[in-house]
Design a protein around this ligand. Structure first.
Ligand code: SF4
Length: 687
């Protein structure tokens, strides 16, 4: 492009929580390309999603460009004016609140949207819906990271930066994470680090690409992470590879941990996990002997009914070896959605206000009442996954969904649809008429990342700017939608800009006190963003957490024993199903399936089946198959290989044709109600 014909708008990729920086290239009022920037996490790299799928969806003909209201005559969603739609939304939520109380209303925040949007959504829920039933999609992914790391360390976030891990770690233990597909630029940097000498231990039930470059691949049975981590800790203790000084001065409860893990002999763990005990011992020694070793994990750890216990069991490994608060160490959840870290930080959570200020903690609700000038609810809110049964019971009657599509993404689709159909009033604010929006009473056309100013917080707590490149006529800024509803429901709100909203966030959130758009845009920050905690205007941000002291004071061990998954294969459903992502798509594909080239490469559902199972079932590679569980039945295509172990299958969760969530089970983590997507029992037959 000729430089005078185009405008470059520096922003943050919206496709995963790596937070890559690039320029949107705008010509004649349309985005025509992206160009990688030298950002702090991508250093000039982009993956196929950042490069090729970052603007077709923004300018798609399928974008919603007018509000829709369900007609009482035809029963169909029909175009309406903004005033008609917002008046109806405010009137219905006011009626339900006044008649049934704030407990009858709920709001789900969009983890793909900006911090400023999410802050205003939860402010709307608390100030005018009078509810703490507000949550975000971390509930279905990294809820256990937030809960588990807060319990063990006091802060539920990644401890070390991506570049620090790739440059300084001698060993990385990669557990239930496939960064080359889910966080590809991190995957590229891990590969480069391996070429420079990084040793890799992969703990994953599947042959992910990086397993080929690993020193050790523990191809364990899905759902056995707690047994694995307990076995590693026992081996570290027996080999004398623990840091006695760190244990004594920085942690509490070690003797209880030592007693608990004693039962996890290599032989017993090998039997539970179906791995070789010698590999377990070798992995413990490689991790324990390294001066700098980082644990990196993802949803293979969290999406289990024992997900929080799995996170805490991994944290035990780092605590007994003193691998916290130093470069190249720590425990590092790779967050999935681009701003799911921000959604948690911004108080879109039933128990937390912004910056994890606990509602149950004395003085916190009072502080926000003073700042916001209104009375706030005090009852314990519901997690999003706990809202669905309450909708079926009729206790939750009104729901506002901002930018999420639970009909496609939540487990046990029949159960989700039954819940949504039972609501008195459903509002969806989204870019497209999603599968969930089809059940709504009102649909509001919001804006994408390329149409707004704001910030995203990436997986390493780095707050970075997004900037407006284009305007799509007919849509409305999501912050304005929430402000309009608050005003209509009797809580006067000025029309704040995103920069002013961030100033408000900083004023009520100690960990964000030093963050502002002005500072993020200033030469001082050099386009690097700021990593919270950033507690004052001169604070440089915090790249590594828990230096010298854990956020909670002393680190706490988990003494949770291994428990089996809630549903295991049996005679009727003899195979185990686990689910995950592919390189080319992002969640329910809303932002990636508008790019034709991507759909040509990867556009349809498939199921990976082990060669032995396929032979027993008379299934060949490429055959159409019927996959069923106790909850549903879908058709898909068999990919036959040795990628999964015999008895185990794997499906991506992106595709509407053959969506695996008709099969998955809404068994929930016992601490934070995250569903067990990673294990359910299925039957596969030739179609
Ligand atoms: Fe975007 Fe993630 Fe790819 Fe980076 S790695 S370009 S943030 S999808």
């Amino acid at each position: 492009y000729r430089s005078w014909e185009i405008k470059k708008v520096r922003t943050t990729c919206p496709h995963c929580a790596t937070g890559c920086q690039y320029d949107l290239i705008v010509k004649d009022g349309r985005i025509v390309d992206t160009e990688a920037a030298d950002g702090p996490t991508n250093h000039g790299l982009l993956c196929v999603k950042g490069r090729s799928a970052s603007f077709d969806f923004v300018q798609s003909d399928r974008r919603l460009k007018t509000p829709l209201i369900r007609s009482s005559v035809t029963g169909e969603l029909e175009p309406a004016s903004w005033d008609e739609a917002l008046d109806l939304v405010a009137r219905k939520f006011t009626e339900l609140r006044d008649k049934f109380g704030g407990e009858s209303l709920a709001a789900f925040a969009c983890a793909r949207s900006a911090n400023e949007d999410i802050y205003m959504l939860q402010k709307m829920a608390r100030t005018v819906f009078k509810t703490n039933n507000v949550d975000n999609c971390a509930r279905v992914c990294h809820g256990p990271s937030v809960a588990g790391l807060q319990r063990t360390l006091g802060s539920g976030a990644m401890t070390n930066p991506i570049s620090d891990i790739c440059e300084n770690a001698e060993v990385v233990v990669l557990v239930g994470s496939n960064p080359e597909e889910a966080h590809p630029v991190i995957g590229m940097q891990l590969r480069a680090a391996i070429r420079r000498g990084l040793k890799l231990i992969v703990v994953d039930p599947r042959d992910i690409g990086l397993a080929q470059s690993a020193q050790i691949h523990l191809k364990l049975r899905p759902g056995t992470n707690v047994a694995f981590a307990n076995g590693i800790v026992r081996q570290l203790i027996h080999d004398g590879l623990i840091d006695q000084e760190f244990i004594r001065t920085r942690t509490e409860g070690f003797e209880d941990l030592k007693a608990m893990v004693e039962a996890y002999t290599p032989e017993r763990v090998a039997e539970i996990c179906r791995i070789d005990s010698r590999d377990l011992i070798a992995a413990a020694r490689m991790y324990g002997e390294a001066k700098r070793a980082a644990i990196v994990y993802c949803l293979g750890v969290t999406e289990h009914s024992s997900g929080t216990e799995g996170v805490m069991a991994l944290s035990n490994m780092a605590m007994v070896t003193g691998k916290y608060g130093r470069p190249g160490c720590g425990i590092n959840p790779l967050r999935g959605q681009n701003n799911v870290q921000g959604a948690c930080d911004m108080g879109a959570s039933p128990g937390d206000m912004t910056g994890y200020q606990k509602i149950a903690q004395p003085g916190i609700v009072e502080k926000f009442e003073k700042a916001w000038g209104t009375e706030l609810p005090r009852f314990k809110g519901l997690y999003a996954t706990d809202c669905f049964p309450k909708m079926i019971e009729g206790a939750v009657k009104g729901l506002f969904i901002f930018g999420e599509d639970p009909v496609r993404t939540d487990p046990d689709t029949h159960h989700v649809i039954k819940a949504l159909k039972n609501l008195d009033f459903l509002v969806v604010d989204d870019l497209f008429l999603t599968e969930t929006a089809k059940y709504a009473d009102v649909v509001l056309p919001g804006r994408s990342y390329a149409e707004k100013e704001g910030t995203f917080s990436n997986t390493e707590r780095r707050v970075q700017r997004i900037r407006r490149a284009v305007t799509i006529e007919g849509t409305r800024a999501d912050t304005d939608i929430f402000i309009d509803i608050m005003n209509r429901m009797g809580y006067p709100q000025p029309r704040l800009t995103p920069a002013e909203i961030m100033d408000e966030i900083a004023s009520v959130t100690p960990s964000f006190a030093g963050i502002s758009h002005a500072r993020l845009d200033s030469p001082e920050v050099k386009g690097e963003g700021l990593q919270w905690p950033c507690t004052g205007k001169d604070h440089p941000g915090t790249p590594i957490l828990h230096v010298g002291k854990f956020t909670r004071g002393l680190g706490r061990y988990s003494t949770a024993a291994y428990r089996e998954s809630s549903e295991l294969p049996d005679a009727d459903y003899p195979l185990m199903l686990t689910t995950g992502r592919v390189l080319y798509h992002y969640n329910a594909c809303a932002m990636t399936d508008k790019t034709e080239g991507i759909n040509e490469i990867s556009g349809h559902s498939f199921i990976e089946i082990n060669t032995k199972d396929a032979a027993n079932l008379g299934i060949e590679n490429g055959d159409r198959v019927v996959v069923s569980s106790r909850r549903g039945r879908i058709e898909s295509v068999a990919h036959v290989s040795g990628k999964t172990n015999a008895g185990e299958t794997w499906m991506p969760f992106h595709f509407q044709d053959g969506n695996c969530n008709w099969l998955t089970k809404a068994a929930l983590d016992n601490i934070c109600s995250t569903p067990e997507y990673k294990v359910c029992a299925v039957k596969v037959e030739k179609a």
